[in-house]
Write a protein that binds this ligand. Structure first.
Ligand code: SF4
Length: 373
């Protein structure tokens, strides 16, 4: 089990609902809705009987957490700090939509102790932002970024997306170049997934989505561009300046432990994964007993999950750690399954680690399916 303990708080409100989004998020909330929700999360933090460990990371995700007021942020962060305690240098992140935060609020959040901000940018092309139904422009991203810097944030993530309707290699190259020119410490670049149940799903044949091959090229472009700009490609979809890998997300990928509060939030503690309800009414009525799913991770599943998560990261599988945890040797157990991928140059073996190469990271899902016990 890696060192560290994370706390996640989910804020399910957004300015509007993006037509591709299947996250647990609702448009059109008012001040009273948000206040009632914050009170419920505070109750959940106080009443839910998680074992208490000092938190090394706290992450306010959503939704659009920046819709909360400074007082609400303060109340939630103070409740986490009171229950868990925050380790020195804890990474404390909030997500924001470029249209939702102003310099004053960013300053206030910085002084409350937030030290990392994740800006949901997706694209720096206004046509693509419109196609995605985003509630902001490229210019909003630039001013949000400047505001974050002026407020004292030196650890900033930009979320980008590829595979956007009508996106071309040229437009993505421009977005990447502009993003790099801002100088963020971290960039995430996720492929658009058209999820069932979203408006995009019903319109997917007419959206002008780039095909699979074009998407693979866009992925490779992101990896090449960002690596040559000095970013580490440390997870399938994530890039960071050395030392700025997201500690909270690394906990997820290393099977670390975390407590999640709020609608749809997941927790992983003591080999059990729980996920809260997505039903807002039910959550508000009984926030501390709102678990909708509980999975006890069995030994075989733990091993597969370990492989799957570790191979998503640039550092791959630590073979020593693997044998300590599971009592057998990774490479000899999976020799036959690994061989064809090794032959294609998709794997690297060095320093006691097995990792996917850059090309392997993109094609990794087929390998992961093959490794299923
Ligand atoms: S801003 Fe993010 S969470 Fe909110 S609707 Fe859009 S994609 Fe979903």
């Amino acid at each position: 089990m890696p060192d560290g303990f994370g706390v996640y708080l989910h804020v399910p409100f957004c300015l509007s609902k993006c037509p591709y989004c299947d996250f647990c998020s609702f448009p059109g909330s008012n001040g009273e809705d948000r206040e009632n929700y914050v009170k419920a999360v505070l109750r959940e933090i106080e009443e839910r009987g998680f074992p208490v460990r000092r938190a090394t990371s706290v992450f306010f995700g959503g939704g659009t957490p920046a819709l909360l007021t400074e007082r609400q942020f303060d109340a939630l962060l103070s409740a986490v700090a009171k229950k868990y305690g925050l380790s020195g240098g804890a990474e404390i992140t909030f997500e924001m939509n470029p249209a939702t935060a102003d310099r004053e609020k960013l300053r206030a959040l910085r002084s409350l102790g937030f030290n990392r901000v994740s800006i949901g940018c997706q694209s720096l092309d206004d046509g693509e932002l419109r196609a995605l139904g985003r509630a902001h422009t490229a210019e909003d991203v630039f001013s949000a970024y400047e505001d974050a810097l002026a407020a004292g944030f030196s650890n900033i993530n930009l979320d980008l997306m590829y595979g956007i309707p009508r996106q071309t290699a040229g437009s993505f190259a421009k977005t990447l170049a502009k993003a790099v020119s801002l100088g963020p410490t971290h960039i995430s670049s996720y492929g658009l997934i058209v999820e069932e149940g979203t408006p995009f799903f019903d319109r997917q044949t007419t959206l002008g989505l780039p095909g699979e091959d074009a998407e693979a090229d866009l992925y490779a472009m992101a990896s090449q561009t960002l690596r040559s700009a000095g970013y580490l490609h440390y997870e399938v979809s994530n890039y960071a300046r050395p030392g700025y890998e997201c500690r909270h997300n690394l906990l997820y990928w290393r099977q670390g432990e975390y407590a999640g509060y709020g609608l749809s939030a997941s927790s992983h503690i003591g080999g059990v994964r729980t996920t809260n309800t997505r039903d807002l009414k039910a959550y508000l009525a009984s926030p501390a007993s709102s678990v909708a799913e509980e999975i006890v991770i069995k030994d075989g599943d733990a091993e597969y999950e370990y492989i799957m998560l570790a191979l998503r990261t640039g550092e791959g599988i630590d073979e020593g750690d693997f044998s300590r945890r599971f009592g057998h040797d990774f490479r000899s157990t999976y020799r036959e399954k690994l061989a064809p991928y090794d032959k294609r140059g998709l794997l690297s073996f060095a320093g006691g680690r097995t990792a996917l190469t850059d090309e392997g990271l993109y094609l990794g899902s087929a390998l992961l399916r093959d490794l299923l016990p």
